[in-house]
Every structure is written in structure tokens, then in C-alpha cells.
Design a protein around this ligand. Structure first.
Ligand code: NAD
Ligand code: ZN
Ligand code: ZN
Length: 338
């Protein structure tokens, strides 16, 4: 079968013929309909996030059709459309036992630890990591497994701050950010939304998706957020970049007792002391989401509340897609359709 292989930093990705994975008793072979290209893949390609094996097939945002099931599998059947939940927890630790497999300390992520979904087929060792689509298009479902699941969990963390009229600011209107705006509209319809990005095209998209105020990050973000909130600042901020510059903007824009949720893993630092950040501001990271949250995200999509903006590309286009994502030129999400 065809797969997109990453051999190491500085080397182009290659399309290769690799052996089809063998299916164990609890496993499922999924024919990939769609596999999203995430900025986290760029962190891997650039060597900022290590892989457990090389070469490796990247791709952790996957959905498709069940092709083969192991002898013990009863929860999905050949022909089912499925989304692949990607945070494969150990199943035994206290976080896994609570259903928080995204917090597992010994997880396996397809596309980072083992072969992922930028290929014709993906092997999923445990069928529990598949969620039936019940009619949802798998190409649409693929980015929902991360580009929507991750902001869903992050937005939920901000809800206690978002009483009617309060403000949520989204920094970075890319693959995750454009879903965050829609999720925030669905979960906190009476909150005000501010979108912040370097690209006017992304900000135009943010307006279409319901942002009340858009701010270009090349200006004085803190001053503009304050101006848009009667001097108070934003009650919650989700940073989908996580660079020094965006964390600094977040600190300059947050209201007293506000909450900053850091999702982007650009490796920036947020220095703060007791007095130079507003009183009682909370800062937290947010990692992916759990399986129940994925089910809720798929339901939001089925109900029509969230729709990813998708550009379909063949596996062969991957190096061009990576270059465009690097340059900030992708609107929404690219989904590879092998
Ligand atoms: P993306 O490239 O699709 O979007 C990033 C957006 O940020 C772009 O619109 C870009 O124009 C904008 N941007 C870049 N620099 C900016 C700046 N200084 N100020 C304002 N806007 C800026 O990326 P994505 O796929 O949405 O991923 C976003 C980040 O989230 C990445 O770091 C990725 O690795 C990370 N991520 C984290 C998790 C998690 O679980 N925490 C999950 C998935 C992705
Ligand atoms: Zn991702
Ligand atoms: Zn675990």
C-alpha cells in the first residue's frame, strides 16, 4: 500500500510502497478516506517533536472505512465509517481509567510513535479507538479528530469565564483556530469573540465565522483588545500559536481573573510575576481531547454547528502542502485523500 514516509529533518517526505499491516485479534485495518495535515506534523518534520521510529508514516487526524477486523472485535464491522481517536492511552493508568486517555503518561500516538494515516490504510490496534460516524462524511470527520477535538476541550476550559457579554479571544485562526470560533459560538452563544492573526485573509474568514472583532497581530494587540473591551481585557484567551510573541500578547490582553489556555506548541515562554499580570489570572495548557469529547464534537458536526473548511489533496502533494502550511498559506485544513 502507498504511504507518505518521513525519514528525518531536512529530507523531503516520500511516497513509498509499504507492506500492509497485519491485523491482531483486537485490531482493525481502516482504509483512509481523509487524513488531516496539522501544524504539529510541521513540529515533527522540523525536528522540534521527536518520533519513536524512522522512517515513519505521519498523520494523526484520521477517518475512513473499516476494511478488516480482528477475531475479537465486535464493536465495529467491515464497511463502517469511523473516526480514529488518536490519543491511544495505555488503558491501565489512573487517567485512562477515568477516560482521560489524552493525559496518559505512556500513550501511543499514530503518526508520532507508530505509523499514522497519511497512507492508503491505517492499523488501529484496539477497536475502542474508533468512533462510528453514523453517516458523517469521513473526509469531514478526519480534521474533527484533532483540529476540532483539541479546541473543543480548550473552549470548555474557558466556559466558566464566559457569562453573557464576556469576551473570548482566539489567537491564531488556522486549522484549530477556525474550528475554535465555531465551537465557541455553539457553546457560548452570548459571549463576544475576538480573533487575532497575522493574516488579513484569516481574519476575513474569522469574520465570516462570527468573530465580533478582528485584530491583526502586527499591531499593538494588548491595546486593541483593551479598546474592544471597555478597557477590561478579554476574560479568556486561547493561544493557538504558543510563541513568545503570542504569549506576550495574551498576557497584555487578559482581564483580571481571566484565563489563558495555551494550545500551540511553538515553544514560547510566558514569564510572569505576581504584579505584572492582572490579579488572579489562570494559565493552563490543554492537550487534545478524550474519546467522549470526540463523540460530542462529531455530534456538533452532525447537528451542523461546526463545519471544517477543507482543502482536499492527494498524498503526492504533501511536500507542497507542508511548505504552504509553513508559510501560513493554508485556509482551514488540508485533508489528504489517498
Ligand atoms: P495552523 O498553521 O493551521 O494555524 C496557525 C495560525 O496561527 C495561522 O493562521 C497563522 O497565520 C497564525 N499565526 C502564526 N503566528 C502568529 C502570531 N504571531 N500571531 C497571531 N497569529 C499567528 O496550525 P494548527 O494546525 O491550527 O496548529 C496550531 C498549533 O497548535 C500548533 O503549534 C500545533 O502544533 C498545536 N497543536 C496542539 C495540540 C494540543 O493538543 N495542544 C493539538 C493540535 C495542534
Ligand atoms: Zn494535530
Ligand atoms: Zn494510560
Amino acid at each position: 500500500m502507498k504511504a507518505t514516509r518521513f525519514h528525518g529533518v531536512g529530507k523531503p517526505l516520500t511516497i513509498e510502497d509499504v507492506p500492509e499491516p497485519e491485523v491482531g485479534p483486537t485490531g482493525v485495518l481502516v482504509r483512509i478516506s481523509g487524513a488531516g495535515v496539522c501544524h504539529s506534523d510541521l513540529h515533527v518534520i522540523d525536528g522540534e517533536v521527536g518520533t519513536r521510529q524512522k522512517p515513519i508514516t505521519l498523520g494523526h487526524e484520521n477517518a475512513g472505512i473499516v476494511e478488516v477486523v480482528g477475531s475479537d472485535v465486535t464493536d465495529v464491522a467491515v464497511g463502517d465509517g469511523v473516526a480514529v481517536f488518536g490519543a491511544w492511552g495505555c488503558g491501565n493508568c489512573r487517567f485512562c481509567e477515568q477516560g482521560e486517555e489524552n493525559l496518559c503518561q505512556n500513550p501511543i500516538y499514530p503518526g508520532i510513535m507508530v505509523d499514522g494515516g497519511w497512507a492508503e490504510k491505517l492499523y488501529v490496534p484496539h477497536s475502542r479507538n474508533l468512533v462510528k460516524l453514523n453517516g458523517l462524511d469521513p473526509v469531514v470527520a478526519a480534521p474533527l479528530t484533532d483540529a476540532a477535538l483539541t479546541p473543543y476541550r480548550a473552549v470548555k476550559k474557558t466556559l466558566p469565564k464566559l457569562a453573557p457579554g464576556r469576551t473570548l479571544a482566539i489567537i491564531g485562526v488556522g486549522g484549530l483556530g477556525h474550528m475554535a470560533l465555531q465551537i465557541a459560538k455553539a457553546l457560548a452563544p452570548s459571549a463576544r469573540l475576538i480573533a487575532i492573526d497575522l493574516s488579513d485573509e484569516k481574519l476575513a474568514m474569522a469574520k465570516e465565522l462570527g468573530a465580533d472583532v478582528v485584530i491583526n497581530a502586527n499591531g499593538d494587540v494588548g491595546a486593541e483588545v483593551k479598546a474592544a473591551t471597555d478597557g477590561a481585557g478579554a476574560d479568556a484567551i486561547i493561544d493557538f500559536v504558543g510563541a513568545d510573541a503570542t504569549l506576550k500578547s495574551a498576557a497584555a490582553s487578559i482581564a483580571v481573573a481571566g484565563k489563558i489556555v495555551v494550545v500551540g506548541i511553538a515553544g514560547g515562554t510566558l514569564p510572569f510575576t505576581f504584579w505584572d499580570i492582572p490579579l488572579e489570572v489562570e494559565v493552563t495548557t490543554s492537550i487534545w481531547g478524550n474519546r467522549q469529547e470526540l463523540k460530542e464534537v462529531l455530534e456538533l458536526a452532525r447537528l451542523g454547528h461546526i463545519t471544517p473548511h477543507i482543502e482536499r489533496q492527494p498524498l503526492e502533494a504533501i511536500n507542497d502542502v507542508v511548505a504552504r502550511l509553513h508559510a501560513g498559506e493554508i485556509k482551514g485544513r488540508v485533508v489528504l485523500t489517498p
